[in-house]
Design a protein around this ligand. Structure first.
Ligand SMILES: [Zn+2]
Length: 471
C-alpha cells in the first residue's frame, strides 16, 4: 500500500478504457443549462451517472431541488469515515453550454465522444464532465489502494446550472451549510496556463456586466434633414465609453483600478507565460495597463471590455440619426476592487464627464477570490503535484476568468485550491470542445497524489488550514 500504487491504480482506470467509457456515457446526456430551463437530463445526469459511481465508493447521495425556479438540481454527496476527521469538499458541474450541434467540424458531434489521437471531442469533455470524472476516478483509486479508508471525510457538491450563472448556488450553500461544513476545497475547472505543465490556481477574477444606454428619441431621423441639430446617441455613447477606457485598453476610472500588485503575487506570476500555444492568438503589444507584463495584466489587474455595441442597423445602414445606442460592457477584476459599488462609481464618473443622460444597468455580477499565496496549503499542493508529475505546477493567485469560488472562499470560509485538467485551446463553450487524453491521464495521477497525501498522517496542513467556523 504505497503512494505509487494509488497513482498506478488511477492510471489503470485510464489505460483499461474505463475512464473513456464513463466519459462517453456522460457526454451523451444532453445536459445543456444555458437556455434558461431545467430539462430532465439535468437530474438524469445525477441519478444515472454520478450517484451510482459515488455510492459504489461509499458516498451517501442526496439530490436537492434548486430554490430558484428554472434552475437545475444539486447533488450533495457525503463520505464520512469519522466525524472527528477533517473534511475535504469538492465541487463540479454536470451541465454544459449549448451543443451548437450544426457548427461542429465534419465527423464530430457534441453528444458523441469522438477520439482523434490525443483529442477527445464532445460537449463537456473539458467543461466539466471530464474534469469531475477524473476526480472521481482518482478518488476511487485511492480508496481502493488504502483498503477502503482515506483518513478524512469527503463531501462533493455537484451543480447542474453553472453555465446558467449558477442560479441557487449561494442559496443552497447557505441553506445546507452544516452538510457542507469542511476544512478545504479542492476542485477542478477551467484550463491550465499551458498544456504541458500542471497549473494550481487559488481563486478567480470576478466580473460585473453592465450596459450603457442612451435613448434619445423613439425613432431615427433623416441625417440630411436633421444632422447637426439633433444629438447623435451613437456618437455621444462612444465618447462615454471612451471616458471609461482609453484607446489602448487602460482603465480611466480610478475607483475601478485594482490595488497595487503585491510582491508575492508578482513573484508567483514571474514565470507565467501567456499564449504561445498552437491555437492561441498573437498578443497585442502596447495594449492594457502600462508597466505590467502580460501575466500581471491578465491575473493581477482589472479590465473593462466592450462586449457588444449597437445603434442603427449595422447590417444595412440607412441615412438616419439612430434613436438610441447601447454598449454592453464588462469589468473583470481582482480582489480589492469595490465592484459592489460599480453602478454608483460609473454613474459619478459619467456625470462628471458630461454624460448624465447615459443610463447604466448592471446585468450580471460575480465576486473575485484569491487564497493568500503564502497559505500553507499552497506549498503543500505544489509539492504534491511535483511529487506526482516531476513538474512544479504553474501557480496562479487567481484564474483570469471567473468561477463561483466566493461561495467556498467567503460563504463557507474555506481555503480553495483548483487544479484544472483542461488547456487554453480546448474550445470550451464553442464547437469542437475537446479534452487532451494525455492531460486526463496525468490529471488522474495528480488527483490520486493529492487525495493520497491528504490522508498521510502529519503530511497535510489540516490544522493550519482550518478556518474559524463560519457564524
Ligand atoms: Zn463553462
Amino acid at each position: 500500500m504505497k503512494r505509487t500504487d494509488a497513482l498506478t491504480a488511477a492510471a489503470s482506470y485510464f489505460d483499461n478504457g474505463s475512464f473513456l467509457a464513463d466519459l462517453r456515457r456522460r457526454v451523451a446526456l444532453r445536459t445543456e443549462s444555458d437556455a434558461g430551463a431545467a430539462t430532465p437530463a439535468l437530474e438524469s445526469y445525477l441519478r444515472e451517472e454520478l450517484i451510482p459511481s459515488m455510492t459504489a465508493i461509499g458516498f451517501d447521495c442526496e439530490v436537492i431541488s434548486n430554490p430558484v425556479a428554472g434552475g437545475g438540481p444539486f447533488l450533495i454527496a457525503r463520505r464520512t469515515e469519522d466525524e472527528h476527521l477533517p473534511t475535504l469538499l469538492t465541487y463540479g458541474h454536470g451541465d454544459v453550454v449549448s451543443g451548437q450541434d450544426a457548427h461542429w467540424r465534419e465527423g464530430l458531434a457534441p453528444w458523441t465522444l469522438t477520439v482523434e489521437g490525443d483529442r477527445w471531442y464532445g460537449r463537456g469533455t473539458a467543461d466539466n464532465k471530464g474534469q469531475h470524472s477524473i476526480n472521481l476516478g482518482a478518488l476511487a483509486a485511492v480508496i481502493q489502494t488504502r483498503n477502503g479508508r482515506l483518513g478524512y471525510n469527503v463531501t462533493a457538491l455537484i451543480e447542474m446550472g453553472e453555465e446558467a450563472a449558477s442560479p441557487g448556488l449561494h442559496a443552497i450553500c447557505a441553506q445546507e451549510r452544516a452538510k457542507l461544513h469542511a476544512d478545504l476545497l479542492i476542485a477542478c475547472d477551467g484550463p491550465r496556463v499551458r498544456a504541458r505543465r500542471p497549473t494550481l490556481f487559488l481563486g478567480s477574477r470576478g466580473a460585473v456586466n453592465f450596459s450603457l444606454r442612451l435613448r434619445s428619441r423613439p425613432r431615427g431621423y433623416h441625417s440630411g434633414n436633421w444632422g447637426g441639430v439633433l444629438a447623435n446617441p451613437a456618437t455621444v455613447l462612444s465618447h462615454a465609453v471612451a471616458s471609461l477606457v482609453d484607446a489602448r485598453g487602460r482603465i480611466l476610472v480610478d475607483a475601478l483600478r485594482p490595488p497595487p500588485v503585491s510582491d508575492a503575487v508578482r513573484a508567483a506570476l514571474a514565470s507565467i507565460e501567456i499564449g504561445g500555444d498552437v491555437d492561441d492568438p498573437a498578443l497585442d503589444a502596447g495594449w492594457g495597463e502600462p508597466g505590467l507584463n502580460p501575466a500581471e495584466r491578465l491575473m493581477a489587474w482589472n479590465t473593462i471590455e466592450v462586449l457588444a455595441l449597437g445603434a442603427g442597423s449595422p447590417q444595412r445602414p440607412v441615412n438616419a440619426i439612430p434613436g438610441e445606442a447601447v454598449a454592453h460592457c464588462q469589468l473583470r477584476f481582482v480582489v480589492g476592487t469595490p465592484w459592489e459599488r460599480l453602478g454608483e462609481i460609473v454613474r459619478a464618473h459619467l456625470d462628471a464627464h458630461g454624460f448624465p443622460q447615459v443610463d447604466i444597468q448592471i446585468t450580471l455580477t460575480g465576486a473575485a477570490t484569491r487564497l493568500d499565496v503564502e497559505n500553507p496549503w499552497v506549498g503543500w499542493a505544489q509539492g504534491s503535484i511535483e511529487h506526482s508529475t516531476g513538474q512544479r505546477p504553474d501557480l496562479l493567485p487567481n484564474l483570469a476568468g471567473s468561477l463561483p469560488n466566493d461561495v467556498f472562499a467567503d460563504l463557507l470560509g474555506l481555503p480553495t485550491l483548483w487544479v484544472p485538467h483542461s488547456y487554453p485551446a480546448c474550445a470550451q463553450h464553442a464547437p469542437n470542445e475537446h479534452l487532451l487524453a494525455s492531460i486526463a491521464r496525468e490529471g488522474l495521477q495528480i488527483m490520486a497524489g493529492l487525495y493520497w497525501d491528504l490522508g498521510e498522517p502529519g503530511h497535510a496542513p489540516w490544522q493550519a488550514g482550518r478556518t474559524q467556523d463560519v457564524l
